[in-house]
Design a binder for this molecule. Structure first.
Ligand code: SME
Length: 173
């Protein structure tokens, strides 16, 4: 029963994300809306935020974007640090069931027990990531991961469209 409810809940949130994608005007607005949606609708998603690669930064650096949840001391994260750095540098989703056991983990809140970080790809390259922390251990199962990867993809495609539109408007000038 619990599994059915969880599946329904996740599919509702997926539809809400699609609606947000249709009604927002920019990728930034979409990201802002996604953080609110996930933080408000998913009881175990206690901190939800985007980190985006700073354009032209050398060495590459992740900068905190829209987020919901407690203030974090980690507003900029180099790619060789943290679970966030690991996801961005490998281009792979990282799920940490118990943050205490992961030496890469950079603490944001003492209450955090588990974390998932999903890269956002734009034209095949990592442009940033969606980071979610939970006050519950092992909060991110296969269904959560599928939902969060779907949403990260929505954002990546949206950014792609925006970049294509601004490139063609520059070319037209
Ligand atoms: N825990 C992350 C840092 C970001 S905070 O969770 C918001 C990490 O280990 O990279």
């Amino acid at each position: 029963m619990a599994t059915i409810l969880k599946t329904d809940e996740l599919s509702e949130v997926r539809k809400d994300a699609d609606r947000l994608n249709a009604k927002t005007h920019t990728a930034d607005e979409l990201m802002e809306g996604i953080t609110a949606l996930l933080n408000e609708q998913m009881p175990k998603y206690n901190w939800v935020g985007f980190y985006m690669l700073e354009p032209g930064a050398n060495p590459p650096m992740l900068a905190l974007g829209p987020y919901r949840g407690a203030m974090t001391p980690h507003t900029r994260i180099p790619l060789n640090q943290g679970v966030c750095g690991a996801a961005a540098s490998s281009g792979k989703t990282v799920v940490v069931d118990d943050v205490k056991k992961d030496p890469r983990y950079l603490a944001c809140s003492l209450e955090t027990k588990s974390e998932i970080v999903v890269p956002v790809f734009v034209n095949g390259a990592v442009a940033g990531e969606l980071d979610i922390d939970s006050h519950f251990p092992a909060a991110f199962g296969a269904e959560d991961r599928a939902l969060i990867e779907y949403i990260a993809q929505l954002v990546g495609k949206r950014m792609e469209k925006e970049q294509t539109a601004s490139a063609s408007s520059r070319a037209g000038k």
